[in-house]
Design a protein around this ligand. Structure first.
Ligand code: PBG
Length: 323
């Protein structure tokens, strides 16, 4: 049937009807808020390249988490800014490390909020790479031991879910083994499965002081040109025991989210990364686009593409808008 019998505009003429035929809806329950935690007390450092985001000391982190929970955001993911770094990133798997302390406090003070931890050593290494470095190369299997130790200390601190973001081969299986052997068989793993080597992480690296000091991440993060390979990464992570898989970044990789949705029945997370956030914020501040609408449209697109969970720095603003 075609025009003039078929008129698609009929269903667009009134808001109540538009609402009824709307295919995708956002909810604060879709969001995971990324938070940066730093040492000290009553410390709040603005992040210049991510306007509106801050590094928070644990006491202020607890406040922020409480506000997110009040707004209906069910989960946060933590990134640590440690006070010391070394070649192996040992401050990242110190039971008294910054993330481990933050998890304990959050679970104590905001018990119903889900606390996810990012498992990766780049914020804790002097060289800024996500793996152990030897002679300028990133070693895969040696890195797995660090990741196992880090995931275990997060679990012992009370984390509700661990999220490996390093892109070493075999890390999901290694972490799953470690958790199972150490008494955490019920702790889920959200794997950064299709994580691309993207320029959109730049503001995050500013925030976390985690830029590689030499070279780049192309030997472990994925080539943005590759869609089939993303599915191989997802398949591998699922085989190794991932409970949730992730695509990252989100907006430049909506096709990957959609392909993942067709491929698997497990929940899919998408990470609207720092650069995606900062672009929208910057254009909004310059008056070049309506920031709030850009925020909501981008989040809606990510959900429409097939994501169930969205990691986004807009979690608080979007939840407020939806609430
Ligand atoms: C690695 C990690 C990164 C991000 C999350 N986990 C940075 C990187 O791979 O360089 C980026 C998130 C963002 O840009 O918002 N631990």
């Amino acid at each position: 049937m075609a025009f003039p019998r078929q008129r698609l505009r009929r269903l667009r003429l009134q808001e109540p009807l538009r609402r009824m035929v709307r295919e995708t809806r956002l909810s604060p329950a879709d969001f995971i808020a990324p938070l940066f935690v730093t040492i000290g007390k009553d410390r709040r450092e603005e992040i210049p390249s991510m306007p509106g985001q801050r590094r928070l000391s644990v006491d202020l982190l607890v406040k922020e988490a409480g506000e997110l929970k009040m707004l209906g955001v069910p989960a946060v993911i933590l990134f640590g800014i440690p006070d010391r770094k070394d070649e192996r990133g040992t401050s990242g798997f110190d039971p008294k490390g910054i993330v481990q302390r933050a998890v304990r406090e959050l679970k104590d003070k905001v018990p119903d909020l889900l606390v996810v931890t990012d498992v990766c050593i780049d914020e804790y290494t002097t060289h800024g790479h996500c793996g152990i470095v030897k002679d300028g190369r990133i070693l895969n299997d040696e890195t797995l031991d660090c990741l196992r130790a880090m995931a275990l200390t997060h679990a012992q601190a009370g984390a509700d879910m661990v999220a490996p973001s390093d892109m070493m081969d075999g890390r999901v299986g290694a972490i799953r083994d470690e958790l199972d052997q150490q008494g955490f068989p019920d702790l889920p793993i959200m794997a950064y499965s299709a994580k691309f080597a993207s320029c959109f992480y730049a503001p995050f690296r500013d925030a976390a002081d985690s830029s590689p000091k030499f070279g780049d991440r192309l030997s472990y993060q994925m080539d943005p040109a590759n869609a089939r390979e993303a599915l191989r990464e997802i398949d591998a992570d699922l085989e190794e025991g991932a409970d949730i898989i992730m695509v990252k970044p989100a907006l430049p990789f909506l096709d990957i989210i959609a392909a993942a949705r067709r491929r698997t029945t497990v929940p899919i997370a998408a990470y609207q990364v720092s650069g995606e956030y900062s672009m929208i914020r910057a254009a909004g501040r310059a008056g070049w686009l309506d920031e709030e609408r850009a925020m909501m449209e981008s989040l809606l697109s990510i959900k429409r593409a097939g994501a169930d969970l969205i990691l986004t720095y807009f979690a608080k603003d979007a939840a407020r808008r939806l609430g």
